[in-house]
Design a binder for this molecule. Sequence first.
Ligand SMILES: Cc1cc2nc3c(=O)[nH]c(=O)nc-3n(C[C@H](O)[C@H](O)[C@H](O)COP(=O)(O)OP(=O)(O)OC[C@H]3O[C@@H](n4cnc5c(N)ncnc54)[C@H](O)[C@@H]3O)c2cc1C
Length: 287
Amino acid sequence: MDTFDIAIVGGGPAGLSAALVLGRARRRVVVIDAGTPRNAPAAHMQGFLSRDGTPPGELIHAAREEVARYGVELVDDRVEDVSDGFTLRLASGRTVQAAHVLLATGATDELPAIEGARERWGRDFLHCPYCHGWEVRDQAIGVIGSVEHAHLLRQWSDDVILFPHTTPVPDAGGLEVVEGTIERLVVQDDRLRGVQLSDGRIVARDALFIRPAVRAHADGPATALGCDLLESGLVRVDPEGRTSVPGVWAAGNATNPRAQVITAAGEGSAVAIAINTALVANPPVPA
Ligand SMILES: Cc1cc2nc3c(=O)[nH]c(=O)nc-3n(C[C@H](O)[C@H](O)[C@H](O)COP(=O)(O)OP(=O)(O)OC[C@H]3O[C@@H](n4cnc5c(N)ncnc54)[C@H](O)[C@@H]3O)c2cc1C
């Protein structure tokens, strides 16, 4: 069995940033990544200083090259199970041993059951105005469900309609509200043109926003390890990124759904320093 100081589960911005710091700290590091980053549907990654507009895959490619220079082992696989100690069992059947585990497994957005929602996600069906607001500025915007989100979107466009969809019609504080359940997204020439309500009405819109529920990938390692989870399945951590299980840490969207790419990378870097400090205090027993 291969033995490492740290096994990082998840090779997105959080996991790879931690790997860079730990590799440079001369730790034996493995990153196991299933290759399903949260922002995969988006063509561009916005708001990352010096990399604004870079395709998300390009950032990951560059990051993997950087960490590999420091001897970090990159494994394209899925961690299926982790047991005490820690032994990680991968989907391929390989097992890996590590003194510390960092969960950087990210999260998934739960989309509503609206026809076309999945196909347009990250394109013109969006969640984060800080990621995509600039790109749809001054356009006809719809917001599903959240009055607060609709008011926020007014920062980018004066033409914002709130669709309560399946939620009670709220006091929208001056916003235009269109009642009715949205049945499908109307798409033409590979662009969102509007939404169709269940009574057949079509309301023209260029972009649609929602604040989706975010679920961590908690079905895997965090649950197996018995880490305390929040109701949403996100991993509960202390300010340094420690979970409730000694030796297990978490960073990025696995614990903080609001973390953008630069924030997730920053959290990965900070938790890596905390892990290295813990390893200096309690060095791993050589295999
Ligand atoms: C549509 C969309 C567009 C976005 N656009 C932007 C933007 O423009 N700018 C911005 O800053 N942010 C954007 N974001 C947010 C961005 O996706 C997150 O900030 C970022 O992905 C968080 O990084 P992470 O490392 O925590 O998780 P992720 O990037 O999701 O990486 C987690 C990795 O862990 C892997 N994994 C999970 N479970 C396992 C397992 N059991 N074994 C092995 N590997 C596992 C996954 O396959 C994945 O590769 C966007 C999000 C969405 C949904």
